[in-house]
Design a protein around this ligand. Structure first.
Ligand code: C2E
Ligand code: MG
Ligand code: MG
Ligand code: MG
Length: 280
């Protein structure tokens, strides 16, 4: 198409392409260095029971402590980590670190859960160190009961390669680790996924929660998801609770758990444990 539009368009096309490619290569190189130098940290966002208001656990969210750019958020590097395969190493570190932190909390008498995000690339059967084995090792090394660990996957993951994904998810689940479907409602999902995939929890995407207060369609969708989820014996987590109104609304629907800035933003492990100890 660029060629058809003439010489100048072609030049423009390659120039902007080069710029993008160079920028990506820079990130990739920096990511490789980050892996080598251990530049990642996990922040934890509390998850509360909407019945009791108590913190039941946290979602582990990765950040990149860049030596000059400061704290870099996952949306700017996870996609590149996936494309380059670096996500495998990074993902292993996430599981290991989350389990170490979890052990530390348990040692302090806090019986909490932790949820880790896993992307589709990590679920490929061809992986040198399959994610189910990584999880099994992390649980064993830290002496953690599997029901305290949760794995979050996104709907788009399920579209990639269903058979391979189902098999990986079943292996994880057979360890006793529950599977949470993240950002529910935003992928190109069909309800039949709920029938065929081994899922324990639906996390209602925050875009619906945000809309539900003013938008009848969003509200109907949230209500329907809660009803469907419960009728399938799944638990529900509402994401993106930003106001007391969001909290009250989800609570009134019987949604089981919630997380969001109104409760707490994601915070470093030390701040999270202090928050939990203070609430005890
Ligand atoms: P996610 O798993 O859906 O995580 C929720 C995201 O929403 C987090 O962004 C969190 O900080 C943000 N959030 C939580 N509560 C609120 C709220 O009330 N309002 C708003 N506006 N946002 C809220 P974050 O930490 O930037 O992570 C973005 C995404 O990056 C995650 O979405 C997840 O898909 C991915 N990610 C994070 N950590 C990892 C990881 O260790 N491995 C992989 N593969 N992906 C990760
Ligand atoms: Mg998540
Ligand atoms: Mg989410
Ligand atoms: Mg997300």
């Amino acid at each position: 198409q660029a060629k058809e539009s003439g010489r100048n368009a072609y030049k423009f096309f390659t120039a902007s392409m080069n710029k993008t490619v160079t920028a990506r290569m820079k990130v990739e190189l920096a990511l490789r260095r980050a892996v080598k130098n251990n530049e990642f940290v996990l922040h934890y966002q509390p998850v509360v029971s909407l019945k009791s208001g108590n913190i039941v656990g946290a979602e582990a969210l990765i950040r990149w402590q860049h030596p000059t750019d400061g704290l870099v958020y996952p949306d700017s590097f996870i996609a590149i980590a996936e494309e380059t395969g670096l996500i495998e190493t990074i993902g292993q570190w996430v599981v290991m670190q989350a389990c170490k932190d979890l052990k530390n909390w348990h040692n302090q008498g806090l019986k909490l859960n932790v949820a880790v995000n896993v992307s589709s690339r990590q679920c490929k059967q061809t992986s040198a160190t399959p994610i189910a084995e990584v999880i099994e090792t992390a649980l064993a090394e830290n002496d953690i009961q599997p029901n305290h660990l949760k794995v979050e996957i996104t709907e788009s993951l399920l579209m990639d390669n269903s058979k391979e994904m189902i098999s990986t998810l079943q292996k994880i689940r057979s360890l006793g680790v529950a599977i949470h479907m993240d950002d529910f409602g935003t992928g190109y999902s069909s309800l039949s996924y709920l029938k065929h995939f081994p899922i324990d929890v639906l996390k209602i995407d925050r875009s619906f929660i945000e809309g539900a207060i003013d938008d009848k369609t969003d509200a109907s969708l949230v209500e329907a998801v809660v009803l469907i989820g419960h009728s399938l014996n799944l638990k529900l987590v509402g994401e993106g609770i930003e106001t007391q109104q969001h909290f009250d609304y989800l609570q009134s629907l019987g949604c089981d758990y919630g997380q969001g800035y109104h409760i707490s933003k994601p915070i470093p492990a030390q701040a999270f444990i202090e928050l939990c100890l203070n609430k005890r």
